[in-house]
Design a protein around this ligand. Structure first.
Ligand code: URA
Length: 434
């Protein structure tokens, strides 16, 4: 087999065989296929697309290109969750302990922040001593003992995707739907998922800017799932404004704990219940989403959900008390409020601008190695559609350096738009694809 023939076949709109796809993934992983040939192939895919069968084959070949997590020693259906990333998206911090408390084993690998969207692993490090690097045995044992562990991505999982993603980034081929879909799904499958719940974000603060784009990606991933025998459900949710009120690591942890206790913002609570209840259905624990939802609401109200997070924090080297006394989390030294300059309604809160402001304060990284400040960020006091009076606080900024506060204020200029009329209601969840 020759890579040049595979490139030509795809260039001319042909369908690659399973063997051809396996050949190119193996060759790219072991270095026998060079970057320039892989780039040409990725560009051919960008223009010609891939059939569902080809996309499924690419996914499985990339999932098999490195180490794969074997979760078979854990009882039950292992349901993983993935978000395409957003601002203030602390859903995993809520959903992981919540569904674990209901009886779904959660052995989850999560990422660090990327660009202006935060990462679960950074957020969890707000608990002093929390270890995100664990051995495989510690990771699995913890899930057997308490039902949940969330760690950083470790090991040599999906090396083919790692290389291909870096190549796509510099060859203008990131935006090819079959490549995005197989990239995400291969990582979930290599991480041991039996079933997958995808939260595909759409809007100003998301990778996918339109509902059509988000739906195309969601459908491609759900099709891969059915192609490769992993039941997959996608929720398409709004990321025009930040999720919840808090943006920034420790601030988001506090909000997640409040949500687990049943006192969270309505949008975050709704999304967590919607995702969590579908995970219970995928895991075969309940028959319907409604049944799952009422089970999870009860778990929140009895304090079991907060206790599950506390158990996880303790098992991973932190102090359980930090979950019950949130003043023990990192605190910023400077607070600054932004107020409404007129009466009206909040018409828009630009999630991307808020994300950039949070990074500017030090909550995210500008380079890969940069340390982050866990205490800083911002907390919205109003959300889209809320009525405001002149002088009302719109948001509070939490900073540790005056210079960085000024950067954030600059990023936030024009980020919150007020109008004289109430804006049309924007749904939190646009569609469920299953
Ligand atoms: N996220 C991924 O993991 N892969 C992509 O290709 C795009 C976003």
């Amino acid at each position: 087999m020759r890579m040049v023939d595979i490139i030509a076949k795809k260039r001319d709109g042909g369908e690659l065989s399973t063997e051809e796809i396996q050949f190119l993934v193996n060759g790219y992983t072991d270095g026998s296929i060079p970057d320039y040939q892989m780039s040409a192939w990725a560009m051919a895919v960008f223009f010609r697309g891939m059939t569902p069968r080809e996309t499924g084959d690419l996914t499985m070949a990339m999932a098999g290109s490195g180490e794969q997590l074997d979760l078979s020693s854990l009882h039950g259906v292992k349901v993983d969750k993935h978000s395409t990333g957003g601002v203030g998206d602390k859903t995993t911090l809520v959903v992981a302990p919540l569904v674990a408390a209901a009886g779904i084993p959660v052995a989850k690998m999560s990422g660090r922040g990327l660009g202006y969207s935060g990462g679960t692993i950074d957020k969890l490090e707000s608990f002093a001593g929390f270890e995100v690097e664990r051995t495989r045995e510690q990771f699995l044992q913890q899930v057997r003992d308490i039902g949940v562990s969330v760690i950083g991505q470790s090991g040599n999982l999906t090396p083919a995707d790692k290389k291909l993603y870096a190549l796509r980034d510099v060859t203008a081929t990131v935006e090819a739907v079959p490549l995005i879909a197989s990239s995400i799904m291969s990582k979930k499958i290599a991480a041991g998922a039996d079933a997958i719940l995808l939260d595909v974000k759409v809007g100003k603060g998301a990778f996918m800017k339109s509902i059509e784009e988000a739906e195309t990606l969601a459908r491609a991933m759900v099709a891969i799932g059915s192609q490769v025998g992993r039941k997959t459900v996608a929720v398409i949710s709004d990321m025009n404004q930040p999720l919840g009120f808090a943006v920034g690591n420790a601030l988001e942890v506090k909000e997640a704990v409040e949500t687990l206790a049943g006192r969270g913002p309505s949008d975050l609570t709704e999304l967590a219940l919607s995702i969590g209840s579908r995970m219970l259905v995928l895991g075969g624990l309940v028959q319907s989403v409604e049944e799952g939802r009422s089970r999870l609401q009860e778990i929140m109200s009895t304090g079991m959900a907060v206790e599950k997070l506390a158990q996880m924090v303790e098992a991973q080297g932190g102090n359980k008390q930090d979950v019950y006394d949130l003043t023990r989390l990192p605190q910023a030294t400077i607070t600054h409020t932004i107020t409404a300059e007129q009466d009206g309604y909040v018409a828009e809160i630009d999630a991307e601008a808020v994300g950039h402001a949070s990074v500017g304060l030090g909550a995210g990284r500008l380079t890969k190695e940069m340390p982050i400040d866990l205490a800083v960020g911002l907390v919205l006091k109003k959300k889209r559609g809320d009525e405001v009076r002149k002088g009302d606080v719109l948001l509070t900024i939490y900073a540790n350096e005056q210079k960085l506060l000024q950067n954030a204020l600059h990023e936030l200029e024009g980020a919150i738009a007020l109008s004289t009329k109430a804006p049309a209601v924007q749904p939190l969840i646009y569609k469920i694809i299953d």
